[in-house]
Write a protein that binds this ligand. Sequence first.
Ligand code: NAD
Length: 416
Amino acid sequence: MLPKHSAFDSMQTRLKIAAELYGLEETLFKVFIQPLRSVIVSLPVHMDDGRWEVFTGYRVQHSTVRGPAKGGIRYDPGVTLDEIMAGAAWNTWKTAVVDVPFGGGKGGIICDPSTMSQGELERMTRRYTADIMDVIGADRDVPGIDMGTNSQIMAWVLDTYSMHARRTENAVVTGKPVGLGGSLGRTEATGRGILISAREAMQRLGKPLAGATLAVQGFGNVGSQTARLLHEAGARMIAVSDREGAIRNDRGIDVHALLKHHSETKTVKGFKGAEAMDPNDLLTMAVDILVPAATDNQITEHNAAKVRAKVVVEGANGPTTPEADPILLSNGVLVVPDILANAGGVTVSYFEWVQNRIGYYWREREVNEKLVEYMTHAFQAVFATTDKYKTNPRIGAYILALDRVSQAQHYRGFYA
Ligand code: NAD
């Protein structure tokens, strides 16, 4: 039995609700409720001090019905098979919501990259890649960046895979350095998708983005890019937090100055242009837009009733628990669910894969324009489905995804 609030349990809970409302046939439900394949690998790595450390790694494919599995690799001490299974399933739904021809996958290694040298990280990454070589590939399963990994790690995945394959295969992984086949616009893609989602959501409320107040939880890749892009679009960020603490300034935080402070100190704490606040209060501030962009299980049955934001745009994966959903809904909070709101990252990863395969690279303007097109289209499709099924946008997004994945499965049938 999975513990309450395990990420995979949360995914299954939402899937069950959506499947019932959609009228999904039972066989398909039984297929979609579990991952397709889970690989667990044991990775002996020679550490700098001469010891051998043995790490555990995972690669899970939830679905390959619509195309190769797609999903990041996470390096974190808290990695569990459960969260990797949830991530793989979310990626199936996410790629279907934005309608890119991928399935869902996810990988991870239980490790603390902040305590490892570059050499140790490289040896661990190469061993992991070699061990999952049989299940990944440009046409099988395409890993990418997630928490704790970066473009250098993706470059090592590419090189290890290519050495074994005896050819340079840059479409095997996304999030690569631009000089190695990475796409322009990838670093800020998730934040840009959140910007587009926030603009569309405000439009639904008949309000402009310019002048809207904003609070952001988390200031990593997603949180910092979201803060910058929304700030540049005229929103006023009045609070932001990270693992170290939270800050607020009701007149608006100068995000460019904060980015400079963050690059020097690695935290938002101590920023001169704002005062310290209790991080627990950030999620319940009276703002127009709240972006949880840190980690999962942040808005729960314990604080959901106190959320006063008009719009919650889920930058993180799984920041709201299933118990919190109906509370937010009954309080009139418009939630743009994670599988839509943060899908900008996987969308530009798809663009990267396409550019690798055609061998022709787009200008950043072109990437950003295409992203607007995909995200706007997805947003409208999710809300049309939500209205059609008279449900909330999260279940609307799941139903839209289920419809697309089950249609593909119907065409393919089952090989038995
Ligand atoms: P990251 O590691 O770059 O940043 C995480 C940030 O959250 C850091 O600032 C950290 O200090 C902060 N944080 C962690 N726990 C916190 C807490 N309890 N309270 C406040 N702040 C806290 O990670 P990221 O890439 O920005 O990803 C953040 C979330 O977005 C994750 O859930 C990830 O799965 C999801 N996501 C990321 C991408 C992407 O392209 N990077 C795409 C889709 C979804």
